[in-house]
Ligand binder design. Structure first.
Ligand code: NAD
Length: 244
């Protein structure tokens, strides 16, 4: 007998930041397929329009997670909220030793995640909802070319654990996924670099790049009743990279 709680996302409202591209778009698509009402956001109108065209039923919006008023305004415009997936993120490979670039990456990846969590807290408390943040392999490993990205993702892991403690009395679970190397626009440059590509594949026991769809299952699991006793966890979905 199946233990999957069929229908558990039907008519649930889900917000996916960064849900109009890459990993976030795959997550938005998976929630839509389960009957959820999904609001997905992206940094620009063209990306949001493309996602809306590709995913019938998607409520696609523009949101810059650096803008506290915009985050608060978007969340308060939602009729209800059961699950938040913080997937908006950026990387500025090679430029992040400039403190201003470093600060901007932190502002998007880490403080942006906190802004959305803070804005969503009261709606999630009403629904006993849940949050899934997006960490990274660089939550655990350093990145010489990307000190801002690595610091932000280390921060996302610690933020996840801290909010799990803080929000638990309100019935809100807070977890994170830590994707391995996934084929998205964010990693185009790495796949185009033969040396980096070979090194990544060589250390990944499952021997391939991940697909955005490889992350959706973990996110839906963490949001589902099957994960009702899981909070504060950072789940690596990485083809075994961290084990090697
Ligand atoms: P992507 O470039 O396809 O998606 C990034 C998303 O973030 C886009 O929708 C973009 O509009 C949005 N975004 C960027 N800046 C923003 C801002 N200031 N405000 C709001 N939204 C903004 O890349 P992706 O690979 O799908 O990345 C999604 C998440 O997964 C990111 O947090 C990234 O760090 C994380 N991640 C990706 C990988 C990978 O290998 N691709 C690995 C680990 C973690």
């Amino acid at each position: 007998m199946s233990i999957w709680p069929t229908g558990c996302f039907a008519d649930r409202h889900v917000l996916v930041t960064g849900g109009t591209s890459g990993i976030g778009a795959a997550i938005a698509r998976a929630f839509l397929a389960e009957g959820a009402r999904v609001t997905a956001t992206g940094i620009d109108g063209a990306e949001a329009a493309r996602a809306a065209g590709a995913m019938p039923g998607l409520d696609a919006r523009v949101l810059d997670v650096r803008d506290t008023a915009a985050v608060t305004g978007l969340v308060s415009s939602l009729p209800g909220l059961h699950h938040v997936v913080n997937c908006a993120g950026t990387i500025r490979r090679g430029a992040e030793h400039d403190p201003q670039v470093f600060a901007d990456v932190l502002d998007i990846n880490l403080t942006g995640t906190m802004r959305v969590c803070a804005a969503a807290r009261s709606l999630l408390a009403q629904s006993s909802g849940s949050i899934v943040n997006t960490a990274s392999l660089l939550s655990f490993l350093g990145g010489g070319l990307v000190p801002g990205y690595a610091a932000s993702k280390g921060g996302v892991a610690q933020l996840t654990k801290s909010l799990a403690i803080a929000y638990a009395p309100e019935g809100i679970r807070v977890n994170a996924v830590a994707p391995g190397w996934i084929e998205t626009p964010l990693t185009d440059a790495l796949r185009a670099d033969a040396g980096r590509n070979a090194a990544i594949l060589g250390r990944t026991p499952l021997g391939r790049w991940g697909k955005p769809e490889d992350i959706s299952g973990a996110v839906l699991f963490l949001c589902s009743p099957l994960a009702g006793f899981i909070t504060g966890t950072v789940l690596a979905v990485d083809g075994g990279y961290l084990s090697n």
